[in-house]
Design a protein around this ligand. Structure first.
Ligand SMILES: Cc1cc2nc3c(=O)[nH]c(=O)nc-3n(C[C@H](O)[C@H](O)[C@H](O)COP(=O)(O)OP(=O)(O)OC[C@H]3O[C@@H](n4cnc5c(N)ncnc54)[C@H](O)[C@@H]3O)c2cc1C
Length: 394
């Protein structure tokens, strides 16, 4: 069987690997001239890492990731900790794999190395796919330069502004959330004593929040700062903003946040749009995956992880279904509830981290603080349904 995968992002390469493992012949078509040159830190929770183990990616990335001690929520201005959940000593025994932080570029390099080891060089770059034909159950991907790629299965893994989705469902109708995400990475040795904690640390504030992590084996600090604003509507990994604007957005915040921004060589900026769950992910033998299928806000750190879950479950389902079209529909039924839930909780978390006014903040965060003091296991248990899933066993 032959699959053509549109997009060599995390979801596209993971699905190429998962299908190649089941004997499929693969071609990946990527619009960019080079793969994986952009991005910043990602948190990969145990549900994603279990798939990466099964795909044989771990040996290529384990010396590049960082294992945080905790997940924490802090007050952005004072740095005061609201709660913490132990992660490093809990993840393996509670959820069956580690919780790690990694640069997107390192993860993509590892996925690609594993794909090359298994299937050879199957990625064609500089190949912008503009749509597909789907006559008589044998679809073709159409490139901007006129080339056609026939396949038994076409996977649209072409990200948040998917052209495959646009043809399948109609024009995208995103709703601007009124938030933009600042992103940057800085070597830890440039931060003096203001290094971020060994945690996935969320810093909450009025109408804004930040997240700090460590990547590249702990040598680099990663910053995401999400701010309510209406002056920026561009989405993308490599869209740059002004550092002075980022500094103004986090003026008066904890020195760790201010130092990371000051020392950042570049500040990238990404407008956050909300998209409702779709009613279908496939059209015959053409199917969507990752951000193309269920774009989500980053406030649960699950977008890439869900793309990795999709990749494994899609490959498993289409390989054992009576027909490919049937396998694509069945994959949607298996995935839609979980991904729609995560989309909705991500949007809710964003609002929770941005509470305005001392009273509202107190009413939101005091119960979390109290649970963290008396029953921290309850905070761990809240994540069981996400992190505890083993997509390789569904
Ligand atoms: C601020 C921020 C923080 C985040 N943090 C996390 C996190 O901690 N953990 C996590 O799991 N997720 C996180 N995410 C989400 C995560 O980055 C995405 O969900 C993930 O990258 C989606 O992967 P994908 O393969 O579906 O799409 P993408 O990574 O967008 O890849 C799509 C690929 O398709 C290519 N392409 C696009 N159009 C075409 C075309 N027409 N023809 C050919 N190729 C095409 C693109 O060039 C790209 O290579 C975060 C996102 C943001 C914005």
């Amino acid at each position: 069987m032959k699959a053509v995968i549109v997009g060599a992002g995390i979801g596209g390469i993971a699905s190429a690997l998962a299908l190649a493992m089941r004997g499929w012949d693969i071609t990946v078509l990527e619009r960019a001239a080079n793969i994986g040159e952009v991005g910043a830190g990602l948190q990969i929770s145990p549900n994603g890492l279990k798939v990466l183990h099964a795909l044989g990616v771990t040996p290529f990335i384990e010396n590049k990731w960082f294992e945080p001690e905790r997940i924490e929520l802090r007050v952005g201005r004072t740095g005061r900790r609201i709660f913490q959940i132990p992660i490093k000593n809990q993840a393996q025994k509670r959820w069956g794999a580690k919780y790690v932080q990694i640069h997107r570029v390192d993860l993509l390099d590892g996925l690609l190395a594993a794909l090359i080891a298994r299937a050879g060089d199957v990625v064609q770059t500089d190949c912008h796919v503009t749509g597909y034909t789907n006559a008589h159950g044998t679809p073709s991907a159409i490139c901007a330069d006129g080339r056609m790629f026939d396949a038994d299965l076409i996977i649209g893994a072409d990200g948040i502004r998917s052209e495959i989705r646009a043809q399948m469902i109609g024009p995208d109708k995103p709703r601007f959330t009124g938030n933009t995400a600042w992103r940057s990475v800085v070597p830890m040795d440039q931060l003096g004593e203001n290094v971020p904690p060994s945690a996935g640390c969320i810093w909450a504030g009025s109408s804004r929040h930040a997240v700090t992590t460590r990547i590249r084996a702990g040598r680099v600090a990663n910053f995401v700062g999400i701010v309510e604003t209406d002056d920026w509507t561009r989405e993308g990994w490599s869209v740059q903003g002004e550092k002075s604007h980022a500094l103004a957005d986090f003026d008066g915040w904890d020195p760790i946040i201010q130092t990371i921004i000051e020392k950042s060589p570049n500040m990238f900026r990404w407008a956050l749009f909300d998209r409702a769950p779709l009613k279908q992910w496939s059209d015959g033998n053409v199917v969507l995956l990752g951000d193309a299928a269920h774009p989500m806000l980053p406030s649960m750190a699950q977008g890439a992880v869900q793309a990795i879950e999709d990749a494994y479950i899609l490959a498993d389902t289409v390989s054992s279904a009576p027909s490919i079209a049937n396998g694509c529909s069945h994959y949607f039924e298996k995935r839609i509830k979980r991904t729609a839930n995560i989309q909705s909780i991500s949007a809710r978390n964003l609002r929770m981290f941005h509470r305005r006014g001392k009273l509202t903040q107190c009413l939101t965060y005091a119960p979390l603080w109290a649970v963290g003091q008396v029953a921290p296991r309850m905070l761990l248990a809240k994540n069981d349904w996400i992190y505890g899933l083993d997509p390789t066993q569904t």
